[in-house]
Design a protein around this ligand. Sequence first.
Ligand code: PEP
Length: 252
Amino acid sequence: MRTPVIAGNWKMHNTVAESLKLVRELKALVLGVGGVEIVVAPVFTALGAVAAEIKGSNIALSSQNVFWEEKGAYTGEIAPGMLKDVGCTYAIIGHSERRQYFGETDETVNKRVKATLKAGLTPIMCVGETLAEREGGKTLEIVSRQVTGGLAGLSSAEIDKLIIAYEPVWAIGTGKTATPEQAEEVHADIRRLVGEIAGPATAAGIRILYGGSVKADNVDILMSQADIDGALVGGAALQADSFARIVKFETK
Ligand code: PEP
């Protein structure tokens, strides 16, 4: 039984006050909702305030990125242990915007995943193909390379603890969602690949989230697919009511 995860990536939006307003509204709307892990990922500057606000609630905290060293002369970076210290239990790693604008590679994603696991946080490792790669028939090849690279050197027990998010780059922030069939095809392939890497039990247990223009009106059909175990939500996570509806998805 895989507990679904609905995670909201707030990206570079919201001051501390705005983040608090959003999370307070969300907290009220999802009060008592169980059977799903609800995660929010505010900007770094709002993590402490949001952590205090969600204490004792059913909402958990994630960062949007993390560095792989524990401490030292790495100006501008934040270590996994520091995120844990502020109240994070998850860290988003390798989001396509970080790969596109900040030079993330499968190798740096792998370093971040390892350091995050070592600190006891749950990595949400993002993978996904660009439009050109999809149109070139390379989707499964690209995603397979990203998953294999991101998981390199990890034991099955470590892979058991992480979450993978499949986010086709062409569907992020564009309003274009992958069809449930397109998403399911890739999710099933990721699960098959995890089985090859880490064995059938890990493959059966790992949570694979879909991300890319998930909204209140398409979450149900996406969540009804056999290998979709949750959603990583950008735009629709910035409104408490739409995110709460996504959290309360209904499968057919
Ligand atoms: C994301 O940022 O991970 C994302 C999927 O964004 P959106 O939901 O806006 O497409």
